[in-house]
Design a protein around this ligand. Sequence first.
Ligand code: AMP
Length: 437
Amino acid sequence: MPSFRAPRGLRDLLPPERQAFARLERLAAELAGRYGYRPIETPLLEQVAVFERGLGEVTDVIEKELFLLQPREEDGERWALRPEPTAGIVRAYIQHGMHTWPQPVKLAMTGPMFRYDRPQAGRYREFRQFDVEVIGDPGPAVDAEIIELAARFYREAGLENVVIQLNSIGDPVCRPAYIEELTAYYRKHARELPPLERARLERNPLRILDSKDPAVAALNAAAPKAIDRLCDACAAHFAGVRAHLHALGVEYELEPRLVRGLDYYTRTAFEVFPAGATGQQSAIGGGGRYDGLVELLGGRPTPGIGFGIGLDRVILALQVAGAATGEEQVPLAVVVGSAPDDTATRLRIATDLRGAGLAARAELGTRKLGKQLEAAARDGAHFAVIVGDELGDGHVQLRDLEAGTQRAVPTAGLARELERASRTHRHGLDAGRDGEA
Ligand code: AMP
């Protein structure tokens, strides 16, 4: 047993797996750019109050999932690792006066989130999200824009079958009456509620609707629906979102029990699942409108909407679907040589190739040529550059490790030669994408 292990629920991402995340991070950055969302990064930790205020003090995240940091001084600020990105981004929007920028402000961020939850399959204490936020646009068109952006992310990541669930949860005009009605409904059935759900009844009955406990499934199915009690403005907004989604050809299911775990959401709420898996740990993303949040955190009233995609779960879903999660880059060429001790020449040639932008490795050990070639093949390299006696005449041997063919090329033109040859080969990250346009 090693003396030290990573903290429980926090994972090391080792090279092949980290590569899968890197692929999704590149896709996220590229898509954000394509849609006109600008990159932002907020600190991994914030004052606890940002989350308490932003998420509502009676949510699970605040009650038991915040990763709190021990202050060094007794009267020090209380900090917590971010459990989600929206509160920090909205805090930054206010702090930096982004309301003076052209509105709306469209932002994208990718990074780790932390929740002190009991670790289990698909639920980690550190997980990664691709997040976008639009602050300053009341919708409904932009609601459809970001849902379509989320749908495209899954598709381009290689996840073909996802289900988007959509709901509207109203606003401060219509929600209080709805919550009253919901509370009355659950009170009538209080005896059927498990203890956890009963405790939620007076504090936040919407959370019961959100519960995945099978004991309340039947009760929830018959519960009053927010969507039937929207005020005129919320109903018109929701109709607008649906009309725009229709215009974009985005398919979705209406899910009246979808309320989202966080309190600050208004109107549009959505959640995404891999087809056939709608359990608590399988949501691969979710988002919604938070028109009251900027004001709640001390800014002027400003509408907002965003989503977070759970990259860890997207990778799990890709694995379940048997789809490619991304491959490691293999060297185009490995420089080997017949004089085992001449590491300097091999390293110099590889360095020149790297300088020319090519993925190259040099054999830096002093084993025999045969072993060097075996290692090059094991690396998945397509070519070996063999340094031998004819180096004095300015030549090396270029060997195609797949075809087994070999020819002399001038050292001076090696990079150009390799570049040309590489174009006729499929390589590294592209190797698994045969058949794509
Ligand atoms: P939420 O803000 O809880 O809706 O989270 C947004 C997305 O992040 C979810 O749909 C999941 O894909 C992912 N996610 C949330 N919590 C975790 C967790 N503990 N472990 C892994 N992924 C998570």
